[in-house]
Design a protein around this ligand. Structure first.
Ligand code: PHE
Length: 454
């Protein structure tokens, strides 16, 4: 039977949609605060190595798997696994669960971000004397179930709305529209941050490593974040890859996506740290950094409301283009595996994600005293997905490509759309080696050391 699958309208559409997936809360909300907590430049250095040696090779592997099978994750494994088929189908199921876990708490932060656009426009973000003041305001909002759940719901509906229209008319259109706006706002905020008096202290923080805080846990954080920020390890890029035509150059696209993502994280770090340091605040603000510290920073400067509005629009766009990629992975799984229609899948999944997200949404109020390993529900979901599920998923993708499919088939797939030159052959061999041997071993070592076995 001939299978019909939707395809991207063009190459730019794919790259922008995939970059939109990669660039998300990870870059703007999370990267700055974990950098702040883990020694600044030292952390950035380890993170960049993780991106280059593990993240990027596995990212290319994922896109390649999807393009080869033209199916969503579970169906891809079913279709391509010659051995241990059930095991691999379970891995596809793991991706599905990871998607649900991430979306459940991701939409909550995205909801805060949208709520903060309105707070900014209403002029409520301009009168804080200190980050403690801003923190009190933040806490009063996030411990209010009505506020938090309505914003969360609105965001879930927004994401569902885009995915409802499909790959070309929903995801690709919105990425082409929003990503340029995103770049412009970000560049504006960077230029403004760098121009502040005292901005150089922020630059020093980003460039001068402090190795004293680095441990194996730091390396796990950097590795986990490399996966999280690239959207790798749960079949999202596999799904986006499955909408690619055979003549696209996966290598080039993969490198572009990783470069854009890294560049944007660094720019966001630059915008945030220059202004945080210029205004004399502490960079290690934790998950509340952009919600506690930045509003206080905005309050200290003329036109703070405008900057604050722009910043939270930036954050919301980033979150939306990532949310839709995860939702699309889930939707494509239901469509391919259970022959469900796109529209009913979107409705079913959005409803489930909303409900699954409620414990995370309430983690900052009454429900906050509920702890697992000392973490509240929200933090637990974040830790579990970024530091356990995604690296594990990434390792499995690497193992699948390296050990379950013939090298000939993989390289053959790669060379659709890539010119057959000697340089490209060599590069593809290096890539294959990284995916087959280096990535799985390094990920395993980091896991073992983080749990104290090594
Ligand atoms: N990459 C996104 C971010 O940086 C998060 C994400 C993770 C999206 C996994 C898709 C899959 O925020």
């Amino acid at each position: 039977m001939e299978r019909k699958r939707e395809h991207w309208g063009n190459k730019l559409g794919f790259i922008l949609a995939a970059a939109g997936s990669a660039v998300g809360l990870g870059n703007i909300w999370k990267f700055p605060y974990i950098t702040g907590e883990n020694g600044g430049a030292a952390f950035i250095f380890i993170y960049l190595i993780c991106i280059l040696v593990i993240g990027l090779p596995v990212l290319i592997a994922e896109i390649l798997l999807g393009r080869n099978s033209q199916r969503g994750p579970i169906s891809t494994f079913k279709h391509l696994a010659k051995k241990h088929r059930n095991l691999w189908v379970t891995v596809g199921g793991l991706f599905f669960i990871t998607g649900l876990v991430i979306l459940s708490y991701y939409n909550v932060i995205a909801g805060w971000s949208m709520g903060y656009i309105v707070e900014s426009i209403a002029g409520k973000i301009s009168s804080f004397q200190s980050s403690a003041d801003a923190g009190v305001h933040f806490n009063s909002l996030v411990s209010n179930p009505g506020w938090i759940i309505s914003w969360q719901l609105l965001f879930v509906v927004l994401g569902g709305f885009v995915v409802y229209f499909g790959v070309r008319n929903g995801i690709e259109k919105i990425a082409k529209f929003l990503m340029p706006i995103f770049f412009i706002i970000l560049l504006f905020l960077v230029l403004w941050g760098v121009s502040l008096e005292g901005a150089d202290k922020g630059l020093t923080f980003l460039l001068k490593p402090d190795w004293s805080t680095v441990s194996f846990k730091t390396v796990l954080m950097a590795l986990g974040h490399a996966f999280f920020t690239l959207s790798v390890g749960m079949g999202v890029l596999l799904t986006y890859g499955s909408y690619l035509k055979k003549d696209e150059n996966i290598f080039f696209s993969g490198i572009m996506i990783a470069l854009l993502d890294t560049f944007i994280a660094l720019l966001a770090g630059l915008a945030i740290f220059t202004s945080v340091f210029a205004m004399g605040f502490d960079p290690a603000g934790g998950p509340g950094l952009v919600f506690n510290v930045l509003p206080a920073v905005f309050s200290q400067m003329p036109g703070g409301n405008v900057f604050s509005t722009l910043f939270f629009i930036l954050l919301s766009i980033a979150a939306l283009t990532s949310t839709i990629s995860i939702l699309e992975m889930l939707v494509s799984t239901l469509m391919d595996e259970f022959k469900m229609k796109r529209h009913s899948s979107v409705v079913l999944l959005s409803g489930s994600i909303f409900i699954l997200g409620i414990p995370s949404a309430l983690s900052f109020g009454e429900f906050g005293s509920f702890r697992i390993f000392g973490l509240n529900w929200f933090d637990m979901m974040d830790y579990l997905s970024a530091n356990v599920l995604l690296p594990l998923g990434g390792m499995l993708v690497a193992i699948f490509i390296g050990w379950y499919i013939s090298k000939q088939e993989i390289i053959g797939e790669l060379f659709h759309g890539v010119r057959d030159t000697q340089f490209n052959r060599k590069t593809s061999n290096v890539w294959y080696f990284l995916v087959k041997f280096i990535a799985p071993v390094l990920i395993l070592l980091v896991f073992l050391s983080a749990i104290g076995v090594l």
